[in-house]
Design a protein. Sequence first.
Length: 361
Amino acid sequence: MLNLIGLDKKTLEEKLIALNQKPFRAKQIWNWIYARGALSFNQMTDISKETREILAQNFTISRPQISKDLISFDGTRKFLVKFNDGREVEAVFIPEESRGTLCISSQVGCTLACKFCHTGTQTWVRNLESSEIISQVVVAKDLINDWDKNNRRLTNIVFMGMGEPFFNYENVAKAVKILNDNQGLDLSARKTTISTSGLVPEILRCAEELKTNLAISLHATNDALRTEIMAINKKYPLAELMKACQTYNKLNPNQSITFEYVMLNGINDKEEHAFELVQLIKKYHLKAKINLIPFNPWQGCEYVNSKNDTISNFQQILKNAKLVATIRKTRGDDVMAACGQLKSVSQREKKSLKHNYPAIV
Ligand code: SAH
Ligand code: SF4
């Protein structure tokens, strides 16, 4: 039976018409699914019993299984979502005082193998369907009990989980439309951020079509070093990437691009790199902010995090050049939920589990 979670509104309308139902029901059904978290058609009390029965005979609104649910001491909640074929991805909810961010996955594994990233050690298995992307949000809302419209805890979405979102552009785009629709999950494009390792053609498409916030995993300020730690740089070197960012800025003049920069001791954290970063951003006149990410270690990785003083000094150089530069607070690292630590348990060797944290569910 067709699962309605993740189905676009137009297709739902067509399906309803094929069942001799009024297309406007699509709006009503969406409201029940995405604004009120309905689990069954029986709950849809403003739809006649007869129609509800027809819906239940043809569709489901079923959720994937939650195969693991871990809560960090800092409140960060990492859960493993298991799809029908048994494949799993991780999603992470990060509560803060004034907002709650859900970090979602776009692929099972990743085709790229950036040297500092744990997800990159897991071979790529498949792209997620748009319904599987949306269902991560729906189950997160179930888990944190977030269906009260006047008291929302989940306010922001970041595509910073497993996978490279722009290698799954079509499905990510479909999901973003449902996320951003005010009759859908009602999380606006300005509250949605897509992070990419730097796929130029899709950055341009996103700038034009999706208008979400953009984060670029930069991590190095010259081609030699970037290619060494991120092989994608061979295909899209810095000059091309920066030009794509310029176009993004031009098409989205109110939005800053976030440059993510993981701090690797002795590799990319020297003063000369900070100055090079300033040059790069100034050369292309980018409206950008820089997010320095302390490196999150994982077993088997050759890198170590930069020293605190080095990170502060790096930040100061950027600030002195009038750039906005923040240091990301590490969240959830005790349950391997921090940036770059995600890798589904089904694919992970047991010995690499850092903590034997008890499962909640
Ligand atoms: N594939 C996309 C989306 C993943 S986002 C991308 O690369 O942008 C995950 C973010 O965490 C990226 O910026 C990634 O570069 C960063 N990251 C990866 N490994 C990390 C690690 N070990 N410590 C800190 N950040 C890491
Ligand atoms: Fe893939 Fe992003 Fe990790 Fe690189 S940093 S391996 S693109 S998930």
